[in-house]
Ligand binder design. Sequence first.
Ligand code: PEP
Ligand code: MG
Length: 548
Amino acid sequence: MAALQLTGVGVSPGRASGPVVRVADPLGEPSAVPAPTDPEAEAGRIAPAAAIVADRLNAKAATVEGDSRAVLETTAAMAMDPALAKQAAKLVRDRALPAPRAVFEAANVFAAGLEAAGGYLAERAQDVRDVRDRIVAELLGIDPPGVPELSGPSVLVARDLAPADTAGLDPAMVLALVTEEGGPTSHTAILARSLGIPAVVAVRGVLALDAVGLVVDGSTGAVEVPDGPVEVVAATVQAEPEWDGTGRTADGQRVKIIANVGSADDATTSVAAGAEGVGLFRTEFCYLSATTEPSVAAQRTAYAKVLTPFRGKPVVVRTLDAGADKPLPFLTPEDEPNPALGVRGLRIGREQQGVLDRQLEAIAGAAADSGAEVSVMAPMVATAEEAAWFAERVRAAGLPRAGVMIEVPAAALSAKEILAEVDFVSLGTNDLAQYVFAADRMLGALAALNDPWQPALLRLIALVGDAGAELGKPVGVCGEAAADPALGCVLVGLGVTSLSMNAAALARVGSTLAGVTADACRHAARAVLSAKDPAHARAVARAALHLS
Ligand code: PEP
Ligand code: MG
């Protein structure tokens, strides 16, 4: 029996329960006021706070082995660096700053110096900021930000999580993830699905609950506080439907069923799940914490690891899609008032052509190393002129096929002109929905507008499908819409030629498509285009496809 139940949006399936560990909110910039009444005493608080942080890190290091131990010990040594404490204490004395503000400013100067030095040293700048936040939190008497070290399997509860934090979660320790904010197509949701961690986002009130344990259902979105003590139960893997691994309708129309990947682990899991190739390799997921541009050689090695399991198979590599909710520290402009509408995706590539050209060189090398049939596509393209420019860069790098994502409404409206410039397009329905409805995909409160069954979104997709048919060029979908089995059939009816999704969805989408004819897909597509809302669209599509 549940003593209390909250509901959010289930974004990664599975039911699990366990003790709650709260992820502290990100630390804001500490205030420069009030000035300390006794600067000498205030300055004297800094070194002991740093020592406490170092002791904690060393104690944790003693409980682990290998790389984790080395990382924790190095971070502890940074906390004990007398130069940082001395410089911060000087700021307290000279400028009458409170100690947390002084540590913040002193550490920022150190981090900027490391970044200016470049190379290996620049990569340490992020560690200095980590130490900074830990000491500031200690001085303020609050929990350090980020995901804490877990001492056992736990349910994580957070206001929201950055993609970089989510990517680092250990599925063996994190039973489930619950966030107060967040939307179903946010990158945190996408990463939770790829890690197989049950997740519910937009659970209003979960932070105020202060529950000791939770039962989480990532399929229905239910989050329950149990009546008695909570049992530790990991999600069970759901039985896969039968699918022979070749994407086609019941009457034999070929539709490639391919995978979205962001790491070598994703690639291995996707091959095991029957992926015919990759429709979206999110290269930026390899570099969510990188503070400097990775070298061509490092990129080539990283990409080859993801491509190698797909030797002889088609793989679409997307160039870096930095910006909005996945800023890359070395690339994304700071302080844009509206990052989702800012210089992101290909727009950065145009401003910093060297970064794009070096990435293309690395992709070409990785293609040769791995034997995968590599195509390259650009994110956030708005015009045919941008598409032509990108295709030219791809060919100059010796890569055989160039495509672009259709995720900006202007691109959908110009699909024919864009397709004339490139070899294929792929619909990014996550961003296309957020831009067509002017509804931030990270906001749980706007999840209904970001529903991929929205008829207005489907009408835009139909324009792109028609353009593909007219020019005889492939039109894929690699947004989350492709992972919905019924919607996948509708997309095929709208002219889509490949569906790309997380590994867990492949068999369900493949087997559903194998059970319906191409005619039924077209019938369903016509029906959704005149539906009045998402619920109506779902109902008419299921009826046309004879799905229960
Ligand atoms: C999309 O926008 O639908 C997409 C596939 O790209 P991302 O989710 O990485 O923004
Ligand atoms: Mg996108």
